[in-house]
Design a protein around this ligand. Structure first.
Ligand code: SF4
Ligand code: SF4
Ligand code: SF4
Length: 176
């Protein structure tokens, strides 16, 4: 990649990180993303003591004290590696079996994606270990982004990598 392309991407990324953070906080609002494998919201907030142990052990430091002091995920800080340390450290019965899927959310690509504006970008695809994001060669356009939600495990790696905050978390009920 040309060095001026890299510089531009870094500039864009730096310029948008602050807005990404505030946008994410707004998105989460009352629907905070609990740590992976958390039980339902009501049972979680009933039994969680807000001790902060999970926040301390999270290897990517994506867990923060959210509203009411309950832990929630901030994908603006990074991705979930599914290391399970938050589950293992917790002394309350508020996590499901790690044999189950960790959570039901996925991501969605918004119209602000650079490829939809004919600007070459593959940041999210590079960060997606699940290969849920591909770029389709398209005649007369830059390669267009394509998300396969079946492959998405909701890790959030792509969210932080996007220079224009064009990736957001969606919940199954939003798609109905
Ligand atoms: S599974 Fe690991 S990376 Fe993910 S929230 Fe828990 S401690 Fe953090
Ligand atoms: S959330 Fe994770 S698995 Fe899903 S598209 Fe983004 S990087 Fe890939
Ligand atoms: S969603 Fe963001 S990171 Fe992915 S191609 Fe579009 S602009 Fe780039």
């Amino acid at each position: 990649m040309a060095s001026n392309d890299l510089s531009r991407r870094r500039f864009l990324r730096g310029g948008f990180l602050a807005s990404l953070q505030s946008q994410q906080i707004k998105q989460q609002g009352p629907r905070a993303i609990r740590p992976p494998w958390a039980v339902n919201e009501s049972d979680f907030t009933t039994a969680c003591t807000r001790c902060g142990d999970c926040i301390q052990v999270c290897e990517t430091q994506i867990l923060i004290k959210g509203e009411g002091g309950f832990p929630e995920v901030s994908f603006a800080r990074g991705e979930c590696t599914f290391c399970q340390q938050c589950v293992d450290v917790c002394r309350q019965p508020i996590f499901r079996s790690t044999e189950e899927i960790p959570w039901s959310h996925k991501v969605e690509i918004l119209d602000g994606c650079l490829t939809k504006r004919q600007v070459e970008c593959r940041s999210c695809g590079d960060s997606c270990e699940m290969r849920a994001i591909r770029f389709i060669p398209t005649f007369g356009k830059v390669a267009q982004i394509a998300l396969n939600t079946d492959n998405c495990n909701g890790c959030g790696a792509c969210i932080q990598s996007c220079p224009v905050s064009a990736i957001v978390v969606i919940y199954p009920e939003d798609e109905e």
